[in-house]
Design a protein around this ligand. Sequence first.
Ligand code: GLN
Length: 547
Amino acid sequence: MKMANSKTRFIFVTGGVCSSLGKGIAIASLGQLLEGHGYRISIIKMDPYINIDPGTMSPFQHGEVYVTEDGAETDLDLGYYERFTGARLTKKNSVSTGQIYYSVIQRERRGDYLGRTVQVIPHITDEIKKRIFDVADGEELDFVMVEIGGTVGDIESIPFLESIRQIRQELGSRRVLNIHLTLIPSISVAGEQKTKPTQHSVKELMQLGIIPDMLLCRTARPMSEDMRAKIALFCNVSERNVIAAEDINGSIYEIPRMLHKNGYDRIVLEHFGLPDGRLRLPQWDRFLKSMKSPRGRTTIAVVGKYISLQDAYRSIYEALVHGAAANQVEIEILRIDSEEIEQEKKGNLKKFFKDADGILVPGGFGDRGIEGKIMAISHARKEGIPFFGICLGMQCAVIEFGRNVCGLKNANSSEFDPGTPYPVISLLEDQQIVVEKGGTMRLGGYLCKFTDNSRIKKIYSKPSEVERHRHRYEFTIRFRELYERHGMLIGGIHPRNNLVETIEIKDHPWFIATQFHPEFNSRPVRPHPLFRDFIRAAADRSASRAK
Ligand code: GLN
């Protein structure tokens, strides 16, 4: 079994009591704090489900699928890791039970196990450990942090927990730290905080041979000293290593500083015998300051079919927040269900958009809700409301313009109407032979070269950029000339096979759509230029409407 290089330290984060406690944000926050002390980190998410990746899962099951630069379709926690830290994440940072079994079974079929019985221990656990050590080996990293998905007690996560137990056994406590995130609920009538669920969860962990070094306790209210002493006593953790992760009445971006105040990074550094130097987060603090001192306000309508879900458009919502902070405006996001727009027979869309200073149509798959998105785009185009389309949002804008400006009756994407007389959006050439669903789209970073007189080139203020993709369909290039004659400009092209990456309407206050997903490249400390400029245009509109 390959060992990790001798320098990297490992931090394992498990979750107890229930899901949705914010493990992803907790680990991303620690990553940021460690970087703020000058260390180099990476973060791995290990998901116990059998799917190879979430690319084939419905947003109802999983929320957003986050795409890395190298084209991995991953859990949305990787989005938090990238937004909170400077780590560059790749396929290696997202591991599932499906991937682990897939490699072991392939090896078994090749005969690599030389007649041995293939078992969970050691073969599955060795593969898990190898994936963890691989990340550590790739670069000179001070810390590799691993989030074990799911809740302790789940059957599926046992091989992952066994693997991290073995790593602790092999490398010792000087190189490994176990953090357990739990919930301290309050009984509302008595107003009392309860430690029992945490005690049970730690007991469960200990039965698997894992002794947590630190407990991170989600609480609605601050924790008293007595409470901490009690948790420490019953859970066998030193009192100062019981850290409160209080609910905050503000933005998730304030969490790292809050946890720092509670001693989070100090305890980690102490565990590893590292000096607790001064924490420096100058860019992050600047971002927090502009986010918290708005000088205006703007309202953006996001029109999609998964609007009721918190996380289906997570990176877009976050990128809007970054763009708003960059303009020092407060943002309100109106979530509008495109299927409800379709019900509006008379085509009077004012009731949906009377408060909107900008309209954004995000990505998606399948024809449900498409006509509502097209109606919203038509409204934005005609009323001069800033419009930003992303992936499917761009495809809908192309359909709308084809039907209503270029006179292409019943123009459509061949994804939604294979018999359309004008397939203005059609399957990418190399997609025509693809039959398997998983991991087969055009995925990850591709170069987009901007057209000289385009607005988008000015916004980026550079000639080209690599942006992330996740799609199968594309603007049909033979319609380009017709569209340009009617006032739509192709603002960006992927040069290798002449794929349309962005469109814009010249005669409009702000109408830009991209085939790529700029939201995956937006960071609080580096807001994406398109989101920044879109919010600027929307804020201008709200300011002039207020006059
Ligand atoms: N369904 C469209 C395609 O496959 C758009 C994909 C998306 O919006 N991510 O091209």
